[in-house]
Each structure stands twice: as C-alpha cells, then as structure tokens.
Design a protein around this ligand. Structure first.
Ligand SMILES: C[S@@+](CC[C@H](N)C(=O)[O-])C[C@H]1O[C@@H](n2cnc3c(N)ncnc32)[C@H](O)[C@@H]1O
Length: 237
C-alpha cells in the first residue's frame, strides 16, 4: 500500500501537526480577542489539539472540520474524553457545509496548501461574518524555484502548487480579504514545556512504510530549509 504524508499523520495521530505546534498556536491566539461569545471554525482540525485548547481556554463555540475520517475519529475521542462540547463535521474545506457569514474566526493550521486553494480561500471568506478573521499558517517558498526543484516537494506532500508570500497575499485579496498582515516564526520551541508538545494517538498496526515517510519529511525539510518556510497570515474581512 502506498501511503501519503497525510495518511501518515492520520495513522500516527499527530496532534499539533503544524510548524511551531501548540506553542505557536497559543502565542498566535493570545494576540486576539476571543471569548465565549465567539464562534470559531478549526478547519483541517486533525486530531483536535487546537480545537480542544480553544474550547477549554476561551469557552468559545468551536466547530472542527476535517476530510479524513481517521483524524476526525481521533479528534472526537479527544473531545469526549475531555468532555468538551465541540461540534465535529466530516467534510472538505473546498466546499464548507456551512451557511454564509456564521463564524467570527477561522483557524487554518497547515491545511490550505493541501487543498485546491482557489476553492478553499473563497470558502473561508464566505463563511466568515463581516467582522470575521482568518488566521492561516501556510507553507511558503521564499523564492521562485524551477519545476525540477519543486517536484519532489509537490509530489511528497501531494500538493498542487508552492506559493510565495506575495502569491498567498494575492489569493487572500482576490477572495475579498481586506487587511492582511504577516507574522513569521520568531519563537523557539521550549523543550521543557511538555504541555505544548505534539501528542500522538496511534492507530493499530503501524506499517514500516509510515516511518519511512516521516523520515523523508525530515529529510526534505532539511534539504529545502533555505527555500521552504511558513508564515502566519492574519486576514480580516
Ligand atoms: C498537516 S495536518 C494539520 C492538522 C491540524 N490542523 C494540526 O495542526 O494538527 C492537515 C490536515 O488537513 C486535513 N485536510 C487536508 N485536506 C483537507 C480538505 N480538503 N478538507 C478538510 N480537511 C483537509 C487533513 O486531513 C489533516 O488533518
């Protein structure tokens, strides 16, 4: 069986599967006004580490959506063991199954790049309220590279394109986001703080091939460290 990188994350049940992990999420959210009156959509929620933090920390109304049933089942288990009233939805961010203008905040942590961005970004805008906010952690390339150079990255992650920071900004603007600001990843991971570490919820029978995929991910990240980066895009409607 040929597994994809996302299969691998799902079968290992990696919680906090985005650069910077939960520590970055907490820093990012601490700059926003979030309380129990806010409705927050965590798109591509994975195993639900961020959704659980949002519900516990802020008492806001959280909806979590993912297209991968293994991920979503693990998220549901997390929420029920923590007794958190989080609404879980199986579906794609490319066709969000929600009415227009219903969410105050959308959180997209390392998700959009894996989708058809020309469908997904307008969907984010559509379901946000008029005063809504999108916080998106996205993969960026720091300079344009040749097809030969980008192919191994595109093939491995199963994505259709690699975008520069300004290409992302254009996409957000075209979808109707008005004010876009960018944050880079300044902080270092605090390895003594176990509360912010990635967590794992392993499926049974982990195949050897999955370990090789994780190793390939490490290898690629290292090979392309001068080209591949991440940004937090803060986009207001
Ligand atoms: C790198 S993981 C990040 C998971 C989570 N946001 C986190 O930070 O731990 C990407 C997630 O996006 C989900 N995903 C990918 N394409 C999707 C789509 N079209 N619709 C909904 N979820 C999607 C995957 O199933 C996976 O859970």
């Amino acid at each position: 069986m040929e597994y994809t990188y996302l299969d691998c994350l799902a079968l290992f049940g990696v919680g906090g599967a985005h650069p910077g992990g939960l520590q970055l999420t907490k820093d990012m959210l601490s700059k926003e006004v979030i309380d129990e009156t806010k409705s927050v959509l965590d798109v591509g929620c994975g195993t639900g580490q961020t959704s659980a933090f949002l519900a516990k920390q802020y008492g806001c109304d959280v909806t979590s959506i993912d297209s991968n049933t293994i991920m979503l089942d693990k998220a549901k288990k997390r929420f029920s063991s923590l007794q958190l009233p989080i609404n879980t939805v199986h579906g794609s961010v490319e066709y969000l199954p929600f009415d227009d203008g219903v969410f105050d905040i959308i959180l997209s942590e390392s998700v959009t790049s894996f989708t058809n961005v020309s469908l997904t970004v307008p969907e984010y805008k559509r379901v946000l309220k008029h005063s809504g906010l999108l916080l998106a952690i996205e993969m960026v390339i720091d300079k344009k590279i040749s097809e030969d150079e980008s192919k191994p990255i595109i093939d491995f992650y199963g994505i259709s394109q690699l975008l520069t920071e300004s290409e992302w900004i254009n996409l957000f603007k075209q979808a109707g986001f008005k004010h876009i600001s960018i944050d880079t990843f300044g902080q270092q991971f605090d390895e003594n703080n176990v509360q912010n570490a990635a967590d794992f919820s392993l499926s049974e029978n982990i195949d050897e091939e999955l370990i090789q995929i994780l190793e390939k991910h490490e290898q690629l990240t290292d090979t392309y460290k001068d080209i591949l980066g991440y940004r937090i895009f803060r986009c207001c409607v």
